[in-house]
Design a binder for this molecule. Structure first.
Ligand code: IMP
Ligand code: MG
Length: 178
């Protein structure tokens, strides 16, 4: 698996440090509240597991699964594969994503969630590929801004593989074109 990686973009240590800061920020901002952390499966689960342990206030969890990607190309179709289990009306929602690229996926998810009348929704993403943005998304908590490169690891995949790499890396060119 490691032999498929061209370079490490963000190390385990840098991820850990940044997530600690994000956790502290969220704990301060939501002090006295009990937000629902909504995680978009599957890419964001490792981020969630590490982030939630850096949050010191009470939170609840819920999950959403959508499908919009096949390989490296955006199909343009966003489909709900698994909806939330709980009602989010009058709740503070923190939406957790692994990476925001064009913003199309998140734009769609935000629209669905807002129809359910939560008190508010804030977005927390580990990675922001800002140069690729098509729809403007307000990001409240951002781990890192990254260049326009296809990344894998720390939950993120290429055709469902590489999610278990502990760091964030860029795949070798020949793997992506294979
Ligand atoms: P968007 O709709 O273009 O913003 O795409 C967001 C989703 O695409 C993310 O939640 C990821 O699941 C996936 N994605 C976008 N860029 C990458 C990448 O570089 N590596 C792995 N997955 C990605
Ligand atoms: Mg995702």
């Amino acid at each position: 698996m490691n032999e498929d990686i061209a370079k490490v973009l963000i190390t385990e240590e840098d991820i850990r440090k940044r997530i600690k800061e994000l956790g502290e920020e969220i704990s301060r901002d939501y002090y006295g509240k009990k937000p629902v952390i909504v995680t978009v499966l599957r890419g964001a689960i490792i981020f969630l597991c590490d982030l939630m342990r850096e949050i010191s206030i009470p939170v609840t969890l819920d999950f959403l699964s959508i499908s919009s990607y096949s390989g490296q190309t955006h199909t343009g179709i966003v489909r709900i594969l698994k909806d939330l289990d709980e009602n989010i009306e009058n709740k503070h929602v923190i939406l957790i994503e692994d990476i925001i690229d064009t913003g199309l996926t998140l734009n769609y998810i935000l629209r669905i969630l807002k129809e359910r009348k939560p008190t508010d929704v804030r977005v927390c993403t580990l990675l922001d590929k800002k140069v690729r943005r098509i729809v403007d998304i307000p990001i409240d908590y951002r781990g890192f801004e990254i260049p326009d490169e296809f990344v894998v690891g720390y939950g993120m995949d290429y055709n469902q593989h590489y999610r278990n790499l502990p760091f964030i890396g860029v795949l070798k060119e020949d793997i992506l074109t294979k």
